[in-house]
Design a protein around this ligand. Structure first.
Ligand SMILES: Nc1nc2c(c(=O)[nH]1)N[C@H]1C(S)=C(S)[C@@H](COP(=O)(O)OP(=O)(O)OC[C@H]3O[C@@H](n4cnc5c(=O)[nH]c(N)nc54)[C@H](O)[C@@H]3O)O[C@H]1N2
Ligand SMILES: Nc1nc2c(c(=O)[nH]1)N[C@H]1C(S)=C(S)[C@@H](COP(=O)(O)OP(=O)(O)OC[C@H]3O[C@@H](n4cnc5c(=O)[nH]c(N)nc54)[C@H](O)[C@@H]3O)O[C@H]1N2
Ligand code: SF4
Ligand SMILES: [Mo]
Length: 736
């Protein structure tokens, strides 16, 4: 029998593959500004270049978050010395954010999983044994086959957070035959995407910052919830003196950059927007020609908002009526070069869908669609179409989905899913028992509300397999961990952005015994007898096939870093058609009407905290990503742990100062965390950056650092969008 190790032993120096470049790379320096300026590299340098000394620059794509910026890796003697932004890439325009710079440490971290591991004690005991790839994949496939034979394919769930190889993960799960596919989307942007989908037929329109004259953000914190190029455009917009209004109960870094910060009561943003619409209609400040030509439902809206006056809204959102009226007039006066931003993770309350609908409709009233400074139509139609794998037809899937789509959530698109309900139904066993879970590039233990429930769900299953680069909190509860090569060591599927095709490619050979997920999925499919669904030899074979429609070879693409499809025009906005049932912008939504719901944006009263309770707010910091980079030692140097933001008056009352410990308690959990005392938050709110409070002992630097708000969050789901309402949890606070 092979040896059994604890995490500490597994990751001891003895187990290390000798001669890693970690030491050398840790010495490399990096910029940690908000966005570090790439050195001035000309476009011609963004390619693989090798010098006489063996130094080279390799172009690839960042994966330190979901934004996919272009990277140029400086490599010397097989060691990555520095990462810089690729000036040719539209997602980052030559700059990397702090997390992008710290990708070197993600790769060279001593806590990387270096070889496949199979559980060797009770689940969650932290006892593992090293396995070969052949054994680990055979074990995984055997377990998955057993589940399928005994309970049917539906008893197996497949989860993955958006990434470049996701299409191939989807092929694997469809070939296996399960309906149970989960993503991160319902924890993220469902309110925004469904709100815009049911208004414009477009889930996420773009925004023209360059020509915009007036911007309203609703909890969209671009200075910290970074979307690299958009963050840069926002900063430039501010520098131009454009009027920027931020609605956020907290003085975020974006609020600090804005012209006006409106500390709305959480959950009441829709009152603010309904009142703006009330003023704009009453004072006839909307674009009547646009509304008549391109929208439906204006009359119903007029009736609905009649009583939503600024005075009414003031009682709800606590922003003075005079301010709401003034902003409505200013906004309309600057139209059509105005944007009420669609936002992003705006799933704060069950009524966030109504907030997003009101925002979508406010934009329509301004006639800003496809106008300079307004909303930009989705460019999907102009995006290069890659070659696709041919494979046999998928088997029919049987069974209802465990996440309730569509039987419980008829309006949530299948591809979005509702992961928190999938987790809940593992526990209830309804509508049937789930048995196995394959999780790739996701950390549901920390990203789904009610951490303990997610752990209980994992403990209940017969089989759990995790594909990750490190021992995430979810991997800690797995039966087998399949280690992926980090993004700097591997290929993924190609990514077209408009008329450009970009490549992620290894900048050095994979360290340790790791593989790309493209190969893990393929080899797992082979072992499951499903090899014909992922019929490529290796990654290069697959990428060559994806490139087949274009007159460029893989080698040329690798050298250049991207390929421009000359036959595609950059912009076809004039050809745009609204993909709604009516073919118009639906102020009154046909789908909402069909479902027997109020079809125009409306007010739904959100819950409020009881006496001595506070709204618990969550969000991002510029220096960390999600539930993932808290183990990155470079990033820990610039943001070492999360703290609970308390208003000065609250801190005084309970007698705490910054860095004193406080205890936060909700209906579902309790945590101890350091306090951060500030005037920059409403006195009825407490804020924590998410992603800290790791419980995996395999994350040596992050283990127990800070606290996890997922341990406090209640699970609250919007029945329309499926969004997880993250600000509907209320907590008490006391001195520890
Ligand atoms: N550095 C960094 N950048 C990231 C990420 C990351 O992890 N780190 N993640 C990426 C991802 S996946 C996403 S989804 C985006 C998210 O980007 P955003 O949606 O811009 O950012 P969040 O930090 O999630 O936004 C939370 C803000 O909403 C406020 N808020 C809470 N409740 C309410 C409310 O009821 N009303 C209003 N008006 N505001 C409220 C909070 O105080 C907080 O400031 O960021 C992306 N970019
Ligand atoms: N409390 C709270 N909860 C939240 C949020 C919040 O702000 N606060 N934000 C919500 C949002 S917006 C989102 S999008 C979700 C995100 O939720 P998740 O998708 O679950 O979180 P991530 O941190 O993106 O998960 C990343 C996992 O992928 C692993 N990983 C990183 N790089 C690689 C790689 O190259 N290959 C592989 N195989 N694995 C890799 C990491 O180690 C980590 O375990 O969380 C949501 N939940
Ligand atoms: S925003 Fe930052 S972390 Fe995200 S892909 Fe770009 S450089 Fe990487
Ligand atoms: Mo997200």
């Amino acid at each position: 029998m092979s040896e059994v190790y604890t995490w500490d032993q597994l990751f001891s120096r003895r187990q290390f593959i000798k001669g890693t470049a970690a030491g050398a790379a840790l010495g490399a320096t990096s910029g940690f500004g908000l966005l570090a300026q790439g050195t001035s590299v000309s476009a011609s340098q963004s390619s693989v270049q090798t010098s006489a000394t063996g130094a080279k620059t390799v172009t690839t794509i960042c994966e330190q978050c979901v934004w996919r910026c272009g990277v140029m890796a400086k490599v010397e003697n097989g060691v990555v010395k520095k990462l810089e932004g690729n000036p040719d890439h539209p997602n980052n325009l030559g700059k990397l954010c702090p997390r992008g710079n710290a990708g070197i440490e993600t790769m060279y971290s001593p806590d990387r999983i270096k070889f496949p591991m199979i559980r060797a004690g009770a689940r969650g005991s932290g006892l593992w044994r090293r396995a070969s790839w052949d054994e680990a994949l055979s074990y995984t496939a055997d377990q998955m086959k057993k589940i399928k034979d005994k309970y049917g394919a539906k008893a197996m769930m497949f989860n993955s957070t958006d990434n470049l190889s996701q299409p191939f993960f989807e092929i694997l799960l469809k070939a296996y035959g399960t309906p149970n596919y989960g993503t991160q989307r319902s924890l993220c942007f469902n309110a925004m995407t469904t709100g815009f989908l049911y208004t414009y037929g477009v889930p996420q329109p773009g925004t023209d910052y360059k020509h915009c004259k007036y911007m309203i953000f609703t909890g969209r914190n671009l200075a910290e919830g970074i979307s690299n190029n958009e963050t840069q455009e926002m900063i430039e917009m501010v520098a131009r003196g454009v009027k920027v209004v931020v609605l956020d109960p907290r003085f975020s870094k974006t609020a600090a950059k804005a012209t006006e910060w409106l500390p709305t009561r959480p959950g009441t943003d829709s009152a603010f927007f309904l009142a703006m619409i009330n003023v704009i209609i009453k004072e006839k400040l909307y674009n009547a020609t646009f509304v008549k030509t391109y929208t439906q439902g204006f009359e119903d809206l007029t009736t609905e908002v009649k009583d939503y006056t600024p005075e009414w809204a003031e009682q709800k959102c606590e922003i003075p009526a005079t301010t709401i009226r003034r902003i409505a007039r200013e906004f309309a006066a600057a139209a059509p070069a105005v944007i009420a931003h669609p936002n992003w993770r705006t799933s704060n309350f069950v009524n966030s869908f109504q907030t997003e609908r009101a925002i979508a409709v406010l934009n329509a009233l301004m006639g800003n669609w496809a106008q300079p400074g307004g909303l930009i139509p989705d460019q999907e139609i102009n995006t290069a179409k890659l070659g696709v794998l041919s494979h046999p037809p998928f088997p029919p899937t049987q069974g209802m989905r465990l996440d309730g789509v569509p039987w419980q959530y008829p309006m949530v698109p299948l591809s979005y899913g509702v992961i928190q309900t999938m987790r809940d139904n593992i526990l209830t066993g309804k509508p049937y028992e789930a048995k196995g879970w394959l999780i790739s590039r996701q950390n549901p233990v920390l990203s789904i509300p009610e951490r303990q429930k997610t752990i209980n769900a994992l403990m209940k299953l017969d089989f759990v397999a995790v594909i990750d680069i490190q021992a995430s909190d979810t991997a800690y509860y797995a039966d087998v961990i399949l280690p992926e090569s980090s993004y700097l060591e591997r290929y993924d599927g190609l990514i077209p952005i408009g008329n450009k095709i970009f490549i992620r490619q290894p900048v050095i050979e994979p360290l340790y015994e790791t593989k790309s997920s493209l190969m893990i999925y393929k080899e797992l499919a082979d072992k499951l007898g499903l090899g014909e669904f992922l019929p490529y030899k290796d990654e290069k074979d697959l990428l060559t096939l994806q490139l087949k429609p274009f007159p460029v070879s893989l080698e040329e693409l690798q050298r250049a870093g991207h390929y421009v499809v000359q036959t595609l025009k950059e912009d076809h906005s004039k050809d745009f058609e609204f993909q709604t049932s009516s073919g118009k912008i639906e102020i009154s939504s046909s789908i909402m009407a069909q479902m027997g719901k109020k079809a125009v944006p409306t007010w739904n009263e959100p819950p409020r905290p009881a006496a001595d309770h506070f709204y618990l707010l969550t969000g991002k910091t510029a220096q960390h990503s999600q539930m993932f980079t808290q183990n990155n030692r470079w990033l820990l140097e610039v943001f070492s742990e999360n703290r609970a933001w308390l208003h000065t008056s609250v801190a005084d009352k309970i007698g705490v100062k910054t860095d004193d410990r406080v205890v936060l308690e909700s209906e579902v959990g309790k945590v101890s965390i350091k306090a951060y005392v500030t005037e920059g938050i409403r006195p009825d709110c407490i804020f924590m950056v998410g992603g800290f409070g790791h419980i995996s002992k395999g994350l040596k630097s992050a283990y127990k650092l800070g606290a996890s708000d997922s341990a406090l969050h209640k699970t609250v789901t919007d029945p329309i969008s499926g969004g997880s309402a993250l600000s509907e949890t209320f907590v008490t606070v006391s001195k520890a």
